[in-house]
Design a protein around this ligand. Structure first.
Ligand SMILES: C[S@@+](CC[C@H](N)C(=O)[O-])C[C@H]1O[C@@H](n2cnc3c(N)ncnc32)[C@H](O)[C@@H]1O
Length: 187
């Protein structure tokens, strides 16, 4: 049975959007769940770039891809996602995935931060082609605090509605600062 936890919710939209042959970016590789999904969806003709600032995250992602025989579809990049414009051309990317926060069972101090997350979203929006989609999993509370969530929500609210559709979902009946899934479509 599907539980529609936040990543499963976002995967639902990725599955409907990403097509064989697409060029996609996982901006936060972590343990590689999102990278592996994108790699499956783009097929043998497609490509995925996967960024993380932690070598451990890229090793975990590499191991997952090898287990699923998907490595040849993915380029792993040890760099901050705020630098993604160095690795792709404007208007070339079908889908970009952000899963903010910290590496589960990793160092919580190496979590994403608004100061780099917002420049990364801006960079990603310039790389998306028209009709492209960006998926964002936004967390708050606990070690994540509220600063990044609040900054991201304020930034998304101000995106030009003539250029982007921004849709947020809410786990309305869930206590304790539930995560917020967001989807952006570039018009
Ligand atoms: C919640 S985890 C990602 C989970 C992952 N998508 C998965 O499927 O397992 C967040 C990741 O963002 C990474 N991160 C933090 N700051 C970053 C940055 N500036 N650029 C790229 N990755 C970053 C962390 O190292 C961590 O691995």
């Amino acid at each position: 049975m599907k539980t529609y936890q936040i990543t499963e919710w976002c995967h639902h939209f990725l599955e409907t959007h990403v097509k064989p042959g697409d060029f996609c970016i996982d901006a936060t590789a972590g343990n590689g769940w999102d990278t592996a999904l994108l790699a499956r969806l783009v097929g043998n003709e497609g490509t995925v770039l996967a960024f993380d600032i932690q070598e451990t995250a890229l090793e975990n992602t590499r191991a997952r891809l090898e287990r699923e025989d998907l490595s040849h579809r993915v380029r792993l990049i040890l760099d901050g996602h705020q630098n993604m414009e160095k690795y792709a051309q404007p208007d070339s990317v079908s889908c970009i995935v952000f899963n903010f926060g910290y590496l589960p069972s990793g160092d919580h101090a190496l979590a994403t931060r608004a100061s780099s997350s917002i420049p990364a979203i801006q960079a990603g929006l310039s790389l998306l082609k028209k009709g492209g989609m960006m998926s964002l999993c936004i967390y708050s509370g606990g070690d994540s605090g509220f600063e990044e969530r609040d900054a991201l929500l304020a930034f998304l609210k101000d995106l030009d509605y003539k250029k982007y559709i921004v849709v947020l979902s809410q786990y309305w009946n869930r206590p304790n600062h539930p995560p917020i899934p967001a989807i952006i479509f570039k018009l």
